[in-house]
Design a protein around this ligand. Structure first.
Ligand code: SIN
Length: 335
């Protein structure tokens, strides 16, 4: 375990890239329910942690001010450009990205695949708006800044700090729509913990990311259209057929270990087109493996532990670079 603190000798500098979210939300004073996300500047949240500027110099860069459900791939490639400029700025030690919590895990995984950056990159957000009683944003932001200034977080890919916990951007997922302790990672476990500005790191991410990611080398000239088909008892096979006929890729959010009913299996087995089909599990724990029972003709690629929405991102990037099916199948074992 590595233990380190922000109270080092030389004053560090962290760049904060803001995108909006509840952390920048404002509403009726004291209340957590009724508010508008992404309206306050990061400076307003920093008022809740006045000590931070004595410890670390900060640069503010705003990419957008949105609810995270409205984040686009263009926003993510704008962050890539800014973060890669900051990688070459010797005065900057690390990068924080503030973001809404609803799709934070999708942005974290997307950036984990596309950023050619080895400096610490730490995402954070909040479940309560800045104007709520006991808003969680200031502490989350304080800890994210402290971790971004910490050299031990270098080369770890995109991390996220929420509720005193350090997560890998590949693995974290939002599991609670109300509580401030809203994120989980399931089987892989967290990367570490924070207490105030001190980071306690336990392990490092194993799968390929950032400077080791093939996708960090360039920007694709088009983006593939990949959608998710949610499997449930009684789901309509015609909807899946439509998706296979209209999209470049379809991710099946299967039951159990990526399973589905016989009429869905029939659509998959009869499909002869170019749409690439990836099988995931809609469950938080476990994985979707290659299945001779549900996929005897090997028409799908198993996403193993990636959630449907994270598998969608990997498939989207792969298809945006026109990778073939065998290459894509290998990606799901490497990333
Ligand atoms: C959002 O995701 O932008 C709104 C919700 C949140 O930040 O918790």
């Amino acid at each position: 375990m590595t233990t380190s603190s922000i109270n080092g000798a030389k004053k560090k500098k962290v760049a904060i890239i803001s995108t909006g979210g509840t952390i920048a939300g404002s509403g009726r004073i004291g209340e957590a329910g009724m508010y508008t996300a992404g309206v306050l500047p990061v400076d307003a949240i920093l008022e809740g942690i006045p000590q931070i500027r004595d410890q670390i110099d900060l640069d503010m860069i705003s990419v957008c001010s949105k609810d995270s459900n409205d984040i686009t791939p263009e926003d993510l490639f704008a962050i890539k450009e800014i973060a890669e400029d900051l990688e070459y700025d010797d005065s900057v030690d690390g990068i924080v990205i503030t973001h809404g919590t609803d799709t934070l895990e999708e942005t974290a995984f997307f950036l984990n695949l596309i950023l050619n950056v080895s400096k610490p990159v730490v995402m954070t957000g909040a479940m309560r708006p800045a104007t709520a009683t006991s808003a969680d944003g200031p502490m989350n932001l304080y800890q994210a800044i402290a971790l971004a200034a910490n050299p031990d977080a270098k080369g770890m890919g995109v991390l996220a700090v929420l509720s005193d916990t350090i997560y890998s951007g590949r693995d974290l997922t939002k599991v609670n729509s109300i509580k401030t302790d809203a994120f989980e990672v399931g089987d892989p476990g967290p990367i570490g913990y924070m207490q105030d500005g001190n980071a306690y790191l336990i392990h490092s991410p194993y799968r390929r990311h950032t400077t080791y990611s093939w996708f960090a080398r360039s920007v694709p000239d088009h983006l593939a259209n990949v959608q998710i088909f949610y499997v449930h008892a009684g789901c309509d096979p015609k909807l899946l057929q439509y998706m296979l006929d209209h999209y470049d890729g379809v991710v099946l959010a299967g039951s159990g270990s990526g399973n589905y009913a016989k009429d869905i299996q029939e659509v998959i087995e009869n499909y002869e087109g170019n749409c690439v089909i990836v099988r995931t599990s809609r469950l938080l724990e476990g994985a979707a493996f290659e299945s001779p029972v549900f996929d005897p003709k090997r028409k799908t690629i198993a996403a193993h532990r990636l959630s449907p929405h994270k598998a969608r991102i990997l498939l989207l990037l792969a298809l945006s670079y026109n990778m073939d099916r065998d290459r894509i199948a290998r990606l799901f074992k490497e990333y």
